[in-house]
Structures are given as structure tokens and as C-alpha cells.
Design a protein around this ligand. Structure first.
Ligand code: PEP
Ligand code: MG
Length: 758
């Protein structure tokens, strides 16, 4: 059929279907008419509808096949061409049906005389509930517009079927294609086990109405939605340009490209013109793109496809007015949250009692959302592919982040095995908890300081629970992240005071605000409007704080007041040159003088420290050392700069190892360069909370760690098994003659001494 007539055939079909749907006839009669209309419209001898009933695809209506076969011919999902379409939720378009390996001949239908075959799935709530197909006696492939017409009709049928109760949603939910368990491998970002139901951070919109009543009104809705979406994307992109955007730059660029893509909006408008609602039109166009992309085997394009899916969902949410994330709807039970990526603030919006685990399509070990999850004790699995295609809202999920995998729709035996592991892991946790009051001495009698990292008031009970020596890093910016507006001085003071009180006689090191990079504060923008190519190396942390002196001043006042009568430990992030440390210290000292003049009670002592996160500072530590009370090595940032590898870039998440001789040699030199200075040196990056990494750090002379609370028990346990002279000797050797893999060498060393690697 020529393309132009195919287009007009599609229009005619939809117009006629509109009348069929509006008619008062019985559902079966409607289906009978539908097959007539489509068969005629697409110039096909055969048109058939199969629907899922009791787990089988049953022929419900046909034009062209033997009528005796109706309600008699039944196929299993996965069986024959029809079953394959349902199983894979995929369209087939074949010039010669019998040549397809899945073809299965059904004599009762009398279909042997037909050559060409095209079929599309009828989808309800992301699952196939039936199949619509056409057959022709000439061997020809159907035109794309004809396939599209079929897909549109399938959407209409999905609504009809559901309204008529021909396939109930319960049954659809139990269809064979979703009962089977599927293993989803990923990258462990936060260890742990969790069981719960899948909840998408951005819920999928269910399209209730497919056929439009008023085309102009639908057009209007979609125009407005496009405007709104473009506004949102522009805003996100401009935030990224100012260094406070949360989304990856590349993704935003693609979003922007799609958001303004004329072709995309035109196709949606055409679909509305053909009689669909705005929602159905968006979904329709998305289906078409999905199908096209599937035929192109290119991972880069697949990523772009992902972006378009995201954007299409966003448009759907806008047009349907269902804007909230799952957090705003509240969690109903134990939940495993699913998202492409999340910001730390977004994660914190969830009800902690119900959020049991997180699965991300992206994610990396040191992204702040992961750090927050780790602090909350929530296991996270990252880099899991194609979640949308496999996991449905409400599916049961077993998340085994220890093993780096999740299982969706597990069978009973899997749940039992999982439960057993759960019990074991709880026993292990209990064994670590038993070390709470045990001081971590190495076998040779050296006391190692094991502190914890924190950032919220709620983290503080962990200090006693984990038995940490203090808080080695309190990330003050977390309060800024979870606030809708810049926290006022009183609120800051209250938090710091509460934290110090909760710490009792243990010390707390407050780090001044470290915003920028992947820590987004929507209410704090740069006013110079300068574009930042690379926000991680841009206007962040101390650089922002020094520029916005007001910010640092307020924080200094709050900290000094909160620590009245005690020792205040304050630490500056991202110090790159000694003068930056001096400038920040001066802001504090000026506030101290001011408070003194006001006759306010002051801290007994103020200890100032710097974070070593920028490699350049390592070359001037001797200059800075006399002014420092302590140095904290932030290996999350330090290693991203040493390797020139963005810590939040999921593509680089597994590329470099902390146990690289480059990092270890660097850290060792830093350690040595400060020998003789009375300065506490702590490692406060995530690596210190991992057992093999901690072992290596002990081996190069590190004696103080500040780590995630969940790591305190395991690291204490490790410390007690280590003989320092022995590991020092081993590390010296490995660092002078690096083995092929330092990790393997350490793991073997540990195994030989009965030390578990994790
Ligand atoms: C670090 O960079 O290692 C660090 C501890 O700070 P943050 O992770 O908050 O950037
Ligand atoms: Mg840092």
C-alpha cells in the first residue's frame, strides 16, 4: 500500500474506531467490529485479536480466520508468533510468517494460505494483555505507518478491554511474563540486604483514556505541557551551568535537545490529530521510538533513548498533572526505591522507617546520595540496566547489595535462601555491635582512632551504637541540603549545639559548608552567571564560602556560639592554597573577637584543620603545617582529582581502584611530609570504611580514620587482627615494587592471616 494511502487508512481506522467505542454494543461485538475495521483499513485478509485469559492467549475475535477457532485457539505466552509478541512486548512485521523460527501452525484457524504477518502487543500497565495482528496473502512487509496504526489501535483496545473487564488487571498482573524471577546484576554502592516492594521514584503514569473527545483541547494541553517542560529543562540546565545543578551535564544537554526537537513535538501533535488524547499521543510516539531504537544496536544511542524515555515520562507527568515523586505520595510498606539517579536531598525526603533499599540505574561510590544512604544504613545497588523493562511498581524485590545483585519476583526458595543470609548478616552485625565498647588496639598494641562521619542530627545516636571515638567529619552542608531555604543562624546554632550535646565528651569536627559539585542548593545561585564546564573543579566548597563571606560568617558565629565552653574543631574543605585556609580562619577569628567584645561565652579552644582534597595542597603542606591543628584527607575528592575521574560519573565508577599504588604512594608521601609536626592526620573519605583499603592505610602509617557509621564495627574488628609492623613491611614492599594488583595481594595477605576481606 502506498504510504499516503496508509496514512489516510490509519486516520480512517481511528475515526471509525471512535464510533465503535462510543457505541452501546457489547464488548465482544465491539471486538468483532474492530477486526473488520482494521482488516479493511489495512487491506488485510486477516485481522485477529488474542487476549490473555487464564494465562493463555485466546483468540477473541477474527476477520479472515475460521470463526470456529474463536475462543478455541489458545497459545501460551512465548508460544508461536502471537505468544512471542506478548512475551517480549514487541512488534513483529514479517513478509513470510512461516519462515520465522517461532511460527507455530494451528490447523483449526486455516491460516496456512497467508504469507505476511504483523502483530503488536496490547499493553496494560506495562504488561502485555493481548495481541493484535493482521495477515495478508501476499508476502509483503507492512508499511511503518500501518504498523503505527496497529499500535494505536492496540492502545485503544487496551482501554476497551480494561473497561469491559475482558482481562482483569489482577489477571494481567499475574500473567506469565511477570511471574518469573529475574536477576539484576549491578554494582554494590552500599552493602547490605533488604526485601521490599519496588517503588519508582518517578511513578509511571497509567493512561486511562486513549481516544480524545475534543482534539483542540488535547492540543492545547500538550502545547502547555511542552512549554512547562522546556522551562523546567532550561532551569535545570542553567543551574548546572552555575555549578549547582544535580543532573549530569551531558544528560541535560540531551534533554534540552529533545525538549526542543521539532520532530518529536510534531509527531505527538500528529498523533493527537489522529484522535488520541495528549497522554496516549505521547506514549504512542514513545512506543514508536522504542521500537526503532531496538533495531539499532548502539550503546550510545541506547543511552540517548534512556534520556528520551525520561523526558517523555516527564511530559506525561506534566500533562496528566501527576507531578509528585513517590516521596510525596508516601511509602506504604517496606520499599526498595528505584530511580535512574537521585540527589541527596531527594533521598532524604523518604520515610526512613520504610525505605529499605535503593536501586539506581546510575550511581557511583562517592556520589553524595550514596554517602547519605550509607550513613542511613540503606543498601544501594547501582548501575543496574533496563530496570523499567523488567521491574514493575509493586513487584517484590530482594536486594542483595553484598553480592551486587537484586532479584525481582523471587520464588519461595529464593526468599528462604535470602532470609537465611539475612539472619547471618544480622548475626554478623550483632558481632560487630558487641565490639561497641571495645577499644581498637592492633595486635602489637597500637590504639587506632576510629571515628564516624555524620551530617544530620539523626546520625548522632550512631556514635554510641557503633562505638566510634568521635565524629571526624560532620558535613554541615547536609542541613543546607535538606532545607528549602538557607538555614538561619539560630537554626544552625541549634543543630551544632544538639550535635555537641549528643557527642558528650567525644569530639566532633565540623566541616564548614561544602556546596557545589553534586550538592545542589536550589536557593543558592551564583550571581555572576558564569558558565562552569566542570562544577566538581569549579565554584564549590571553600571557594563559594569565601566569596559569600556572609555564609561563612554566619556559620562561624553559629559554631562558636554552639561550642561555648568546649573545644571547637573546625575544618575547611577543598583548601587548595594556604592563603585560603588563612582567609577562612580569619573569618572565624573575627567572629571570635566580636563575640568576645559582646561578652559572650566562647569555646575553650578553637582548633583549625584543613581537608586535603586538592593534590596541589600536598606540595605546600610544610607551609601550612605550623598553622594546622589537624589535617583530614578527603580521599573521595582527592582521588577524583588524582585520577582526573569525576566521582559522580557512573561510567567511571568501576574504572579506578583506591588500592592503586598511585594513591597509596601519594598518601604515604603526605604522611611522611608531616612527620615531626604535631598534627593529627585522619582519612575521612569513604575508602577508610572498607576493610582492605583500611588495611592498606594502616600499612602506610595512617592511625586515624573517620568513616561511615556502619563501617565502625567491621573496621574495629579488622584493627584487632592486624600486626602493624607486618602490614607496614608488606606495604613498603608492594609500594616499591607494585604487584599486578595491589588489591589481590592485600586480599591474599589478609586471607593467610584469617582476616576477611569484607
Ligand atoms: C572527601 O572528599 O573525601 C570528603 C570526605 O568530603 P565529601 O565526600 O563530602 O566531598
Ligand atoms: Mg570532599
Amino acid at each position: 500500500m502506498p504510504v499516503t494511502s496508509a496514512v489516510s487508512a490509519a486516520r480512517t481506522i481511528l475515526t471509525r474506531l471512535h464510533d465503535v467505542m462510543a457505541s452501546r454494543s457489547h464488548a465482544q461485538a465491539k471486538l468483532n467490529t474492530v477486526v473488520e475495521v482494521i482488516g479493511e483499513g489495512l487491506d488485510s485478509e486477516v485481522c485477529s485479536i488474542y487476549l490473555l485469559r487464564e494465562g493463555m492467549l485466546e483468540l477473541f475475535a477474527t476477520k479472515g480466520l475460521a470463526q470456529e477457532a474463536v475462543h478455541v485457539t489458545r497459545m501460551g505466552v512465548g508460544e508461536g508468533l502471537v505468544g512471542t509478541i506478548a512475551e517480549n512486548i514487541e512488534t513483529l512485521n514479517l513478509a513470510e510468517a512461516t519462515a520465522h523460527p517461532d511460527f507455530s501452525y494451528r490447523p483449526e484457524t486455516g491460516e496456512e494460505k497467508y504469507h505476511s504477518f504483523a502483530g503488536v502487543p496490547i499493553v496494560r500497565r506495562e504488561r502485555a494483555v493481548g495481541v493484535l495482528c493482521v495477515q495478508h496473502d501476499e508476502p509483503r512487509r507492512y508499511e511503518e505507518v500501518e504498523i503505527e496504526a496497529l499500535q494505536t489501535v492496540a492502545m485503544v483496545l487496551s482501554e476497551l478491554i480494561s473497561n469491559a473487564g475482558l482481562v482483569d488487571d489482577e489477571q494481567a498482573a499475574l500473567g506469565p511474563q511477570q511471574t518469573g524471577p529475574v536477576r539484576l546484576p549491578g554494582l554494590t554502592l552500599v552493602k547490605g540486604l533488604a526485601m521490599g516492594t519496588a517503588v519508582y521514584h518517578q511513578p509511571r503514569i497509567t493512561i486511562e483514556h486513549v481516544m480524545a473527545e475534543d482534539r483542540d483541547a488535547e492540543l492545547q494541553r500538550v502545547y502547555l505541557a511542552f512549554d512547562k517542560m522546556r522551562e523546567q529543562i532550561d532551569r535545570m540546565a542553567s543551574q548546572a551551568e552555575f555549578g549547582v545543578g544535580g543532573e549530569h551535564e551531558e544528560v541535560l544537554q540531551t534533554y534540552k535537545m529533545f525538549a526542543y526537537d521539532e520532530g518529536w513535538s510534531r509527531r505527538i501533535i500528529e498523533a493527537i490529530d489522529s484522535g488520541l488524547t495528549a497522554e496516549a499521543a505521547i506514549e504512542r510516539v514513545q512506543q514508536r521510538t522504542r521500537m526503532r531504537m531496538r533495531q539499532i544496536d548502539d550503546p550510545l544511542l541506547a543511552d540517548r533513548m534512556h534520556d528520551l524515555e525520561d523526558l517523555s515520562n516527564r511530559l506525561l507527568r506534566i500533562v496528566s498533572g501527576q507531578m509528585g515523586t513517590a516521596a510525596s505520595q508516601g511509602l506504604r510498606g517496606d520499599t526498595i526505591l528505584i530511580a535512574r539517579n537521585l540527589g541527596p536531598a531527594e533521598l532524604l525526603e523518604y520515610d526512613k522507617r520504610r525505605l529499605k533499599g535503593v536501586i539506581l540505574e546510575e550511581g557511583s561510590l562517592t556520589a553524595h546520595v550514596v554517602i547519605v544512604a550509607r550513613a542511613m544504613g540503606i543498601p544501594v545497588l547501582g548501575r543496574v540496566r533496563s530496570l523499567r523493562g523488567v521491574v514493575r511498581d509493586g513487584d517484590l524485590l530482594l536486594l542483595d547489595a553484598d553480592k551486587g545483585e537484586a532479584t525481582v519476583r523471587p520464588i519461595d526458595a529464593m526468599i528462604e535462601a535470602f532470609d537465611a543470609r539475612f539472619v547471618k548478616s544480622k548475626e554478623r552485625a550483632a558481632a560487630y555491635a558487641a565490639l561497641r565498647d571495645v577499644e581498637p588496639f592492633t595486635r602489637d598494641g597500637t590504639r587506632i582512632t576510629v571515628m564516624m562521619n555524620a551530617g544530620l542530627r539523626d546520625d548522632m545516636p550512631n556514635l554510641a551504637l557503633a562505638g566510634a571515638d568521635g565524629v571526624g567529619l560532620f558535613r554541615t552542608e547536609f542541613q543546607f541540603l535538606v532545607s528549602a531555604t538557607l538555614p538561619a543562624r539560630e537554626r544552625q546554632t541549634r543543630l551544632y549545639r544538639d550535635v555537641l550535646e549528643a557527642a558528650g565528651d567525644k569530639s566532633v569536627v565540623f566541616r564548614t559548608v561544602d556546596i557545589g559539585g553534586d550538592k545542589v542548593l536550589p536557593y543558592l545561585r551564583h550571581n555572576d552567571g558564569e558558565h562552569e564546564e566542570n562544577p566538581a573543579m569549579g565554584w564549590r566548597a571553600l571557594r563559594v564560602a569565601l566569596e559569600r563571606e556572609g555564609l561563612l560568617k554566619v556559620q562561624a558565629r553559629s559554631l562558636l556560639e554552639a561550642a561555648a565552653g568546649r573545644t571547637l574543631n573546625v575544618m575547611f574543605p577543598m583548601v587548595s592554597e594556604p592563603w585560603e585556609f588563612d582567609a577562612a580562619r580569619e573569618v572565624f577569628e573575627n567572629q571570635r573577637k566580636y563575640l568576645k567584645a559582646q561578652k559572650k561565652l566562647l569555646p575553650e579552644a578553637v582548633r583549625y584543620g584543613a581537608m586535603l582534597e586538592v593534590p596541589a595542597l600536598a606540595e605546600q603542606l610544610d607551609v601550612l603545617a605550623p598553622r594546622l591543628s589537624f589535617l583530614s584527607i578527603g580521599t573521595n575528592d582527592l582521588t577524583q582529582f588524582l585520577f582526573a575521574a569525576d566521582r559522580a560519573n557512573p561510567k567511571l565508577a568501576e574504572r579506578y581502584d583506591w588500592l592503586s599504588p598511585s594513591i597509596m604512594r601519594f598518601l604515604k608521601r603526605v604522611q611522611l611530609s608531616l612527620a615531626g609536626h604535631p598534627i593529627d592526620i585522619t582519612v575521612c573519605g569513604e575508602m577508610g570504611g572498607r576493610r582492605l583499603e583500611a588495611l592498606a592505610l594502616l600499612g602506610i602509617g595512617i592511625r586515624r580514620l573517620s568513616i561511615t557509621p556502619a563501617g565502625v564495627g567491621p573496621i574495629k574488628e579488622l584493627v584487632r587482627k592486624v600486626d602493624l609492623p607486618e602490614i607496614t613491611e608488606a606495604m613498603n614492599q608492594w609500594l616499591s615494587h607494585p604487584p599486578a594488583s595491589l588489591r589481590d595481594a592485600l586480599a591474599q595477605w589478609a586471607a593467610e592471616r584469617g582476616i576477611e576481606a569484607d
